[in-house]
Design a protein around this ligand. Structure first.
Ligand SMILES: Nc1nc2c(c(=O)[nH]1)N[C@H]1C(S)=C(S)[C@@H](COP(=O)(O)O)O[C@H]1N2
Ligand SMILES: [Mo]
Length: 429
Protein backbone atom coordinates (compact mmCIF):
# COMPACT_ATOMS: atom_id res chain seq x y z
CA UNK A 1 0.00 0.00 0.00
CA UNK A 2 1.25 3.48 -0.78
CA UNK A 3 0.83 6.15 1.83
CA UNK A 4 0.74 9.41 -0.04
CA UNK A 5 2.95 11.60 2.10
CA UNK A 6 2.66 14.58 -0.15
CA UNK A 7 -1.09 14.54 0.12
CA UNK A 8 -0.76 14.17 3.87
CA UNK A 9 1.53 17.18 4.14
CA UNK A 10 -0.68 19.21 1.88
CA UNK A 11 -3.71 18.45 3.97
CA UNK A 12 -1.86 19.38 7.15
CA UNK A 13 -0.72 22.59 5.58
CA UNK A 14 -4.23 23.45 4.56
CA UNK A 15 -5.44 22.88 8.12
CA UNK A 16 -2.61 25.04 9.36
CA UNK A 17 -3.47 27.84 6.97
CA UNK A 18 -7.12 27.59 7.94
CA UNK A 19 -6.04 28.29 11.51
CA UNK A 20 -7.01 24.82 12.58
CA UNK A 21 -3.56 23.56 13.46
CA UNK A 22 -2.08 24.86 16.66
CA UNK A 23 1.29 23.51 15.52
CA UNK A 24 2.28 22.48 19.04
CA UNK A 25 4.90 25.04 19.92
CA UNK A 26 6.33 25.38 16.41
CA UNK A 27 5.88 28.84 14.93
CA UNK A 28 4.29 29.39 11.54
CA UNK A 29 7.51 30.13 9.72
CA UNK A 30 9.28 27.06 11.14
CA UNK A 31 6.39 24.82 10.17
CA UNK A 32 6.40 26.18 6.65
CA UNK A 33 10.12 25.59 6.33
CA UNK A 34 9.52 22.06 7.52
CA UNK A 35 6.80 21.47 4.96
CA UNK A 36 8.78 23.15 2.19
CA UNK A 37 11.74 20.91 2.97
CA UNK A 38 9.46 17.93 2.46
CA UNK A 39 8.70 19.15 -1.04
CA UNK A 40 5.00 19.42 -0.30
CA UNK A 41 4.66 23.10 -1.06
CA UNK A 42 3.78 24.57 -4.37
CA UNK A 43 2.44 28.06 -4.77
CA UNK A 44 0.87 27.81 -1.35
CA UNK A 45 4.22 28.32 0.36
CA UNK A 46 5.05 31.43 -1.58
CA UNK A 47 1.63 32.86 -0.90
CA UNK A 48 1.95 32.62 2.85
CA UNK A 49 3.79 35.88 3.24
CA UNK A 50 0.77 37.57 1.70
CA UNK A 51 -1.40 36.40 4.58
CA UNK A 52 -3.54 33.43 5.35
CA UNK A 53 -6.61 34.10 3.18
CA UNK A 54 -4.58 34.43 -0.02
CA UNK A 55 -2.50 31.47 0.95
CA UNK A 56 -5.58 29.40 1.48
CA UNK A 57 -6.89 30.21 -1.97
CA UNK A 58 -3.53 29.35 -3.44
CA UNK A 59 -3.40 26.05 -1.63
CA UNK A 60 -6.82 25.20 -2.97
CA UNK A 61 -5.81 26.10 -6.48
CA UNK A 62 -2.70 23.94 -6.39
CA UNK A 63 -3.66 21.27 -3.89
CA UNK A 64 -6.13 19.36 -6.04
CA UNK A 65 -9.26 17.75 -4.71
CA UNK A 66 -9.26 17.02 -1.01
CA UNK A 67 -11.02 13.67 -0.75
CA UNK A 68 -12.10 14.00 2.88
CA UNK A 69 -11.97 17.53 4.21
CA UNK A 70 -10.79 17.61 7.78
CA UNK A 71 -9.19 14.18 8.00
CA UNK A 72 -5.49 14.53 8.77
CA UNK A 73 -4.09 11.10 7.93
CA UNK A 74 -3.49 9.91 4.38
CA UNK A 75 -6.40 8.04 2.80
CA UNK A 76 -4.86 5.91 0.07
CA UNK A 77 -7.37 4.75 -2.55
CA UNK A 78 -6.59 1.10 -2.01
CA UNK A 79 -7.37 1.28 1.70
CA UNK A 80 -10.27 3.73 2.06
CA UNK A 81 -13.55 4.81 0.51
CA UNK A 82 -14.35 8.43 1.34
CA UNK A 83 -17.90 9.54 2.15
CA UNK A 84 -17.98 13.30 2.76
CA UNK A 85 -16.09 14.00 6.01
CA UNK A 86 -15.77 10.27 6.70
CA UNK A 87 -13.61 7.42 5.39
CA UNK A 88 -14.38 3.73 5.54
CA UNK A 89 -11.78 0.99 5.54
CA UNK A 90 -11.72 -1.31 2.53
CA UNK A 91 -12.04 -4.91 3.74
CA UNK A 92 -9.57 -6.06 1.09
CA UNK A 93 -6.93 -3.93 2.85
CA UNK A 94 -7.28 -6.07 6.00
CA UNK A 95 -6.57 -9.38 4.30
CA UNK A 96 -2.91 -9.81 5.14
CA UNK A 97 -3.12 -7.67 8.23
CA UNK A 98 -3.02 -8.97 11.80
CA UNK A 99 -5.75 -9.04 14.39
CA UNK A 100 -5.85 -5.34 15.28
CA UNK A 101 -6.72 -2.68 12.72
CA UNK A 102 -3.53 -0.64 12.21
CA UNK A 103 -4.05 3.02 13.08
CA UNK A 104 -3.41 4.08 9.50
CA UNK A 105 -6.22 1.76 8.25
CA UNK A 106 -8.78 2.59 10.94
CA UNK A 107 -12.01 4.16 9.62
CA UNK A 108 -12.74 7.80 10.47
CA UNK A 109 -16.17 9.16 11.26
CA UNK A 110 -16.06 12.94 11.78
CA UNK A 111 -19.10 15.15 12.22
CA UNK A 112 -16.93 18.17 11.30
CA UNK A 113 -13.13 18.20 11.08
CA UNK A 114 -10.30 16.69 13.07
CA UNK A 115 -9.12 19.39 15.50
CA UNK A 116 -5.44 19.77 16.29
CA UNK A 117 -5.05 19.72 20.04
CA UNK A 118 -1.68 19.99 21.79
CA UNK A 119 -1.45 17.34 24.50
CA UNK A 120 0.26 19.75 26.87
CA UNK A 121 -2.58 22.29 26.59
CA UNK A 122 -5.33 19.73 26.99
CA UNK A 123 -7.45 19.60 30.14
CA UNK A 124 -10.40 17.40 31.03
CA UNK A 125 -13.06 19.05 33.19
CA UNK A 126 -15.41 16.81 35.15
CA UNK A 127 -18.36 18.81 36.44
CA UNK A 128 -22.06 18.81 37.31
CA UNK A 129 -24.66 18.28 40.02
CA UNK A 130 -23.75 14.60 40.29
CA UNK A 131 -20.42 15.46 41.94
CA UNK A 132 -20.02 15.96 45.69
CA UNK A 133 -17.95 19.11 45.17
CA UNK A 134 -17.08 21.48 42.36
CA UNK A 135 -15.57 20.80 38.96
CA UNK A 136 -12.32 18.81 38.87
CA UNK A 137 -9.67 19.15 36.16
CA UNK A 138 -7.21 16.56 34.91
CA UNK A 139 -4.24 17.06 32.60
CA UNK A 140 -2.85 14.26 30.44
CA UNK A 141 0.06 13.63 32.83
CA UNK A 142 -2.38 13.28 35.69
CA UNK A 143 -4.42 10.74 33.75
CA UNK A 144 -1.27 8.85 32.81
CA UNK A 145 -0.27 8.72 36.48
CA UNK A 146 -3.48 6.86 37.36
CA UNK A 147 -3.65 3.06 37.08
CA UNK A 148 -3.65 2.13 33.37
CA UNK A 149 -5.95 -0.41 31.73
CA UNK A 150 -5.49 -2.04 28.34
CA UNK A 151 -8.51 -3.33 26.46
CA UNK A 152 -8.89 -4.59 22.90
CA UNK A 153 -12.25 -3.45 21.60
CA UNK A 154 -14.05 -2.52 18.41
CA UNK A 155 -15.29 0.95 17.61
CA UNK A 156 -18.06 0.53 15.06
CA UNK A 157 -20.44 3.14 13.69
CA UNK A 158 -24.13 2.44 14.36
CA UNK A 159 -24.66 2.99 10.65
CA UNK A 160 -22.10 0.43 9.51
CA UNK A 161 -23.70 -1.63 6.71
CA UNK A 162 -26.35 1.06 6.13
CA UNK A 163 -26.09 0.95 2.31
CA UNK A 164 -27.42 -2.63 2.32
CA UNK A 165 -30.83 -1.46 3.55
CA UNK A 166 -31.06 0.08 0.09
CA UNK A 167 -29.04 -2.27 -2.13
CA UNK A 168 -30.37 -5.53 -0.62
CA UNK A 169 -33.72 -4.56 0.80
CA UNK A 170 -34.82 -1.69 -1.47
CA UNK A 171 -35.39 0.63 1.49
CA UNK A 172 -34.66 4.34 1.70
CA UNK A 173 -32.67 5.39 4.75
CA UNK A 174 -30.80 8.60 5.66
CA UNK A 175 -27.12 8.86 6.57
CA UNK A 176 -23.69 7.88 5.29
CA UNK A 177 -23.92 4.96 2.84
CA UNK A 178 -21.30 2.75 4.51
CA UNK A 179 -20.65 -0.76 3.29
CA UNK A 180 -19.08 -2.82 6.11
CA UNK A 181 -15.90 -0.81 6.68
CA UNK A 182 -17.05 1.50 9.49
CA UNK A 183 -15.44 -0.70 12.12
CA UNK A 184 -11.97 -1.14 13.54
CA UNK A 185 -10.54 -3.11 16.45
CA UNK A 186 -7.70 -1.54 18.42
CA UNK A 187 -5.78 -2.11 21.60
CA UNK A 188 -6.73 0.88 23.71
CA UNK A 189 -4.71 1.95 26.70
CA UNK A 190 -6.01 4.47 29.17
CA UNK A 191 -7.60 4.97 32.54
CA UNK A 192 -10.98 3.65 33.52
CA UNK A 193 -13.64 6.35 33.53
CA UNK A 194 -14.74 4.84 36.86
CA UNK A 195 -11.37 5.76 38.34
CA UNK A 196 -11.62 9.37 37.19
CA UNK A 197 -15.22 9.70 38.38
CA UNK A 198 -14.32 8.25 41.76
CA UNK A 199 -11.53 10.80 42.13
CA UNK A 200 -13.84 13.59 41.07
CA UNK A 201 -16.20 12.57 43.89
CA UNK A 202 -19.46 10.98 42.75
CA UNK A 203 -22.70 11.57 44.61
CA UNK A 204 -24.79 8.50 45.41
CA UNK A 205 -27.69 9.83 43.36
CA UNK A 206 -25.68 10.51 40.16
CA UNK A 207 -27.39 8.94 37.13
CA UNK A 208 -25.89 10.09 33.83
CA UNK A 209 -22.41 10.94 32.54
CA UNK A 210 -22.06 13.00 29.37
CA UNK A 211 -18.66 13.35 27.64
CA UNK A 212 -18.37 16.14 25.08
CA UNK A 213 -15.87 16.60 22.25
CA UNK A 214 -13.65 19.61 21.58
CA UNK A 215 -14.24 19.46 17.82
CA UNK A 216 -16.32 22.23 16.24
CA UNK A 217 -20.05 22.44 17.00
CA UNK A 218 -22.03 20.44 14.46
CA UNK A 219 -24.61 21.85 12.06
CA UNK A 220 -26.76 19.14 10.48
CA UNK A 221 -27.75 19.05 6.81
CA UNK A 222 -30.96 21.02 7.55
CA UNK A 223 -28.98 23.81 9.18
CA UNK A 224 -29.86 22.96 12.79
CA UNK A 225 -27.14 23.86 15.29
CA UNK A 226 -26.63 20.75 17.40
CA UNK A 227 -23.66 22.01 19.40
CA UNK A 228 -20.61 19.98 20.27
CA UNK A 229 -20.78 16.21 19.81
CA UNK A 230 -21.95 14.68 23.09
CA UNK A 231 -24.03 11.73 24.22
CA UNK A 232 -24.93 10.67 27.75
CA UNK A 233 -24.07 7.28 29.20
CA UNK A 234 -25.93 5.74 32.11
CA UNK A 235 -23.72 5.68 35.20
CA UNK A 236 -23.81 1.86 35.34
CA UNK A 237 -22.05 1.61 31.96
CA UNK A 238 -19.70 4.51 32.76
CA UNK A 239 -18.52 2.68 35.89
CA UNK A 240 -18.27 -0.69 34.16
CA UNK A 241 -15.81 -0.95 31.27
CA UNK A 242 -15.53 2.54 29.77
CA UNK A 243 -12.02 3.86 29.16
CA UNK A 244 -10.51 7.30 28.74
CA UNK A 245 -7.98 6.14 26.16
CA UNK A 246 -4.72 7.95 25.37
CA UNK A 247 -3.06 5.19 23.36
CA UNK A 248 -4.22 3.23 20.31
CA UNK A 249 -2.23 0.14 19.34
CA UNK A 250 0.76 1.30 21.38
CA UNK A 251 0.93 4.84 19.96
CA UNK A 252 -0.42 8.12 21.29
CA UNK A 253 -3.95 8.54 19.92
CA UNK A 254 -3.64 9.86 16.35
CA UNK A 255 -5.32 13.23 15.58
CA UNK A 256 -8.24 11.68 13.67
CA UNK A 257 -9.05 9.22 16.44
CA UNK A 258 -9.30 11.67 19.32
CA UNK A 259 -5.87 12.98 20.24
CA UNK A 260 -4.99 13.33 23.03
CA UNK A 261 -7.85 11.49 24.81
CA UNK A 262 -11.06 9.79 23.69
CA UNK A 263 -13.76 7.81 25.39
CA UNK A 264 -13.97 4.11 24.43
CA UNK A 265 -17.27 2.41 25.25
CA UNK A 266 -16.79 -1.30 24.51
CA UNK A 267 -19.62 -3.14 22.71
CA UNK A 268 -21.67 0.04 22.19
CA UNK A 269 -22.31 1.98 18.99
CA UNK A 270 -19.43 4.25 17.92
CA UNK A 271 -21.10 7.56 18.78
CA UNK A 272 -20.74 6.68 22.48
CA UNK A 273 -16.95 6.74 22.09
CA UNK A 274 -16.50 10.53 22.10
CA UNK A 275 -13.24 11.67 20.53
CA UNK A 276 -11.20 14.70 21.68
CA UNK A 277 -13.07 14.65 24.98
CA UNK A 278 -12.87 18.03 26.75
CA UNK A 279 -15.40 17.77 29.53
CA UNK A 280 -17.69 15.27 31.20
CA UNK A 281 -20.91 16.30 32.89
CA UNK A 282 -22.17 14.15 35.74
CA UNK A 283 -25.84 14.68 36.55
CA UNK A 284 -28.46 13.60 39.05
CA UNK A 285 -31.15 13.59 36.34
CA UNK A 286 -31.27 11.99 32.88
CA UNK A 287 -29.41 14.00 30.24
CA UNK A 288 -30.41 14.48 26.62
CA UNK A 289 -28.54 15.52 23.52
CA UNK A 290 -29.46 15.26 19.83
CA UNK A 291 -27.37 12.08 19.78
CA UNK A 292 -29.74 10.16 22.09
CA UNK A 293 -33.05 11.77 21.04
CA UNK A 294 -33.40 12.49 17.30
CA UNK A 295 -30.36 10.45 16.35
CA UNK A 296 -29.23 6.93 17.30
CA UNK A 297 -32.71 5.58 18.07
CA UNK A 298 -34.87 3.40 15.82
CA UNK A 299 -37.78 5.08 14.04
CA UNK A 300 -40.25 3.41 11.70
CA UNK A 301 -43.29 1.13 11.50
CA UNK A 302 -41.57 -1.77 13.30
CA UNK A 303 -40.55 0.36 16.27
CA UNK A 304 -42.46 1.95 19.16
CA UNK A 305 -44.47 5.09 18.41
CA UNK A 306 -42.05 7.99 18.90
CA UNK A 307 -38.97 5.78 18.51
CA UNK A 308 -37.03 3.10 20.37
CA UNK A 309 -34.92 3.60 23.46
CA UNK A 310 -31.52 5.16 22.73
CA UNK A 311 -29.28 2.59 21.06
CA UNK A 312 -26.58 0.95 23.14
CA UNK A 313 -25.00 -2.33 21.99
CA UNK A 314 -23.85 -3.06 18.49
CA UNK A 315 -25.26 -5.93 16.51
CA UNK A 316 -23.99 -9.07 14.76
CA UNK A 317 -22.11 -8.80 11.43
CA UNK A 318 -19.67 -10.58 9.12
CA UNK A 319 -17.43 -9.40 6.30
CA UNK A 320 -15.18 -11.00 3.70
CA UNK A 321 -11.69 -9.53 3.30
CA UNK A 322 -12.36 -9.03 -0.38
CA UNK A 323 -13.22 -6.17 -2.69
CA UNK A 324 -16.63 -5.92 -4.23
CA UNK A 325 -16.54 -7.90 -7.53
CA UNK A 326 -13.14 -9.34 -6.64
CA UNK A 327 -11.84 -11.66 -9.39
CA UNK A 328 -11.16 -15.28 -8.39
CA UNK A 329 -9.64 -17.71 -10.86
CA UNK A 330 -11.69 -20.86 -11.58
CA UNK A 331 -10.02 -24.18 -10.83
CA UNK A 332 -7.71 -22.70 -8.18
CA UNK A 333 -8.07 -23.28 -4.49
CA UNK A 334 -8.74 -19.95 -2.78
CA UNK A 335 -8.68 -19.24 0.89
CA UNK A 336 -11.66 -17.01 1.63
CA UNK A 337 -11.03 -14.99 4.78
CA UNK A 338 -13.15 -12.67 6.84
CA UNK A 339 -14.14 -11.51 10.28
CA UNK A 340 -17.35 -11.62 12.35
CA UNK A 341 -18.32 -9.66 15.44
CA UNK A 342 -21.14 -8.71 17.78
CA UNK A 343 -21.71 -6.23 20.58
CA UNK A 344 -23.95 -8.71 22.36
CA UNK A 345 -21.73 -11.71 23.00
CA UNK A 346 -18.68 -13.47 21.60
CA UNK A 347 -19.23 -15.01 18.15
CA UNK A 348 -19.75 -18.75 18.46
CA UNK A 349 -19.63 -19.92 14.85
CA UNK A 350 -19.54 -18.69 11.29
CA UNK A 351 -20.91 -20.38 8.16
CA UNK A 352 -20.12 -19.48 4.58
CA UNK A 353 -22.13 -20.01 1.41
CA UNK A 354 -20.57 -19.80 -2.05
CA UNK A 355 -23.80 -20.51 -3.92
CA UNK A 356 -25.91 -17.53 -2.94
CA UNK A 357 -27.25 -19.14 0.24
CA UNK A 358 -28.40 -22.54 -1.08
CA UNK A 359 -25.88 -24.44 1.05
CA UNK A 360 -23.64 -23.51 3.99
CA UNK A 361 -20.34 -24.83 5.31
CA UNK A 362 -18.63 -24.01 8.62
CA UNK A 363 -15.70 -21.59 8.54
CA UNK A 364 -12.61 -22.27 10.63
CA UNK A 365 -12.24 -19.72 13.44
CA UNK A 366 -8.69 -18.42 13.69
CA UNK A 367 -9.02 -16.65 17.06
CA UNK A 368 -10.61 -17.50 20.37
CA UNK A 369 -13.92 -15.60 20.23
CA UNK A 370 -14.17 -12.87 22.84
CA UNK A 371 -16.61 -10.12 23.71
CA UNK A 372 -16.19 -6.60 22.28
CA UNK A 373 -14.11 -7.67 19.27
CA UNK A 374 -14.12 -9.70 16.10
CA UNK A 375 -12.99 -13.22 15.30
CA UNK A 376 -11.09 -13.97 12.09
CA UNK A 377 -12.12 -17.00 10.02
CA UNK A 378 -11.29 -18.76 6.80
CA UNK A 379 -12.77 -21.28 4.43
CA UNK A 380 -11.25 -22.86 1.32
CA UNK A 381 -13.05 -22.59 -2.01
CA UNK A 382 -12.24 -23.90 -5.47
CA UNK A 383 -14.72 -22.29 -7.86
CA UNK A 384 -15.42 -24.26 -11.03
CA UNK A 385 -17.69 -22.17 -13.25
CA UNK A 386 -16.56 -18.78 -14.59
CA UNK A 387 -19.06 -15.96 -14.10
CA UNK A 388 -20.51 -13.88 -11.29
CA UNK A 389 -20.97 -15.55 -7.88
CA UNK A 390 -22.32 -14.44 -4.53
CA UNK A 391 -20.54 -15.14 -1.27
CA UNK A 392 -22.37 -15.03 2.07
CA UNK A 393 -21.08 -15.29 5.62
CA UNK A 394 -23.40 -15.77 8.56
CA UNK A 395 -22.36 -15.61 12.21
CA UNK A 396 -24.03 -16.98 15.33
CA UNK A 397 -23.16 -15.54 18.72
CA UNK A 398 -22.92 -17.19 22.14
CA UNK A 399 -26.54 -16.26 22.95
CA UNK A 400 -27.65 -18.28 19.90
CA UNK A 401 -28.55 -15.17 17.87
CA UNK A 402 -27.81 -15.66 14.17
CA UNK A 403 -27.60 -13.10 11.38
CA UNK A 404 -31.02 -12.97 9.68
CA UNK A 405 -31.77 -12.72 5.96
CA UNK A 406 -33.33 -9.30 6.42
CA UNK A 407 -32.58 -6.50 8.83
CA UNK A 408 -35.46 -4.64 10.47
CA UNK A 409 -35.99 -1.33 8.69
CA UNK A 410 -35.42 1.92 10.55
CA UNK A 411 -35.43 5.37 8.98
CA UNK A 412 -31.82 6.19 9.80
CA UNK A 413 -30.47 2.81 8.79
CA UNK A 414 -28.84 1.76 12.05
CA UNK A 415 -27.83 -1.72 13.21
CA UNK A 416 -27.87 -3.55 9.88
CA UNK A 417 -27.35 -7.15 10.94
CA UNK A 418 -28.54 -9.21 7.96
CA UNK A 419 -26.27 -11.48 5.94
CA UNK A 420 -24.54 -9.40 3.26
CA UNK A 421 -24.47 -10.71 -0.30
CA UNK A 422 -20.92 -10.17 -1.50
CA UNK A 423 -20.49 -10.31 -5.30
CA UNK A 424 -17.31 -11.78 -6.81
CA UNK A 425 -16.37 -12.70 -10.36
CA UNK A 426 -15.00 -16.14 -11.15
CA UNK A 427 -12.64 -15.80 -14.09
CA UNK A 428 -11.56 -18.48 -16.56
CA UNK A 429 -8.38 -20.23 -15.45
N1 LIG B 1 -16.02 14.43 19.34
C1 LIG B 1 -16.47 13.53 18.46
N2 LIG B 1 -16.54 12.25 18.84
C2 LIG B 1 -16.97 11.31 17.99
C3 LIG B 1 -17.41 11.66 16.69
C4 LIG B 1 -17.30 13.02 16.28
O1 LIG B 1 -17.59 13.41 15.14
N3 LIG B 1 -16.83 13.92 17.21
N4 LIG B 1 -17.92 10.67 15.86
C5 LIG B 1 -18.48 9.51 16.56
C6 LIG B 1 -18.89 8.43 15.69
S1 LIG B 1 -20.43 8.60 14.96
C7 LIG B 1 -18.14 7.29 15.55
S2 LIG B 1 -18.71 5.99 14.63
C8 LIG B 1 -16.80 7.18 16.16
C9 LIG B 1 -15.75 6.94 15.08
O2 LIG B 1 -14.47 6.82 15.65
P1 LIG B 1 -13.18 6.86 14.71
O3 LIG B 1 -13.30 8.07 13.82
O4 LIG B 1 -12.01 6.89 15.61
O5 LIG B 1 -13.19 5.61 13.89
O6 LIG B 1 -16.43 8.34 16.89
C10 LIG B 1 -17.50 8.96 17.58
N5 LIG B 1 -16.98 10.02 18.40
MO1 LIG C 1 -20.99 6.59 14.10
Amino acid sequence: MTIDERLYDRRRLRQFLDGRARAEGIDRRALLRLLAAGGALGAAGAALGAGAPGARAASRATGGADPAPGIVKPLPEDAFVVHGTNAETRWSALREVGYHTPNELFFVRNHTVTPTIAAEDWRLTVWGGGLRGGAVEFGLDELRALPATVHTAAVECAGNGRSFFTSQQGETVSGTAWKLGAIGVARWRGVRLAEVLRRAGLRRDAVDVQPRGLDDPYEDSSGNQLGRVRRPLPLAKALDDVLLAYEMNGEPLPPDHGHPVRVVVPSWIGIASIKWVGDIEVSTEPLYSPWNTDLYRLFGPDHPEGGSAPLTRQTLKSAFELDWDAPLVAGERHRLTGRSWSGNAPVRSVEVSVDGGASWRPARLRDTPRADRWVRWSVPWTPTTPGPATLLARATDATGARQPERATFNEQGYLFNAVVRHPVVVTAG
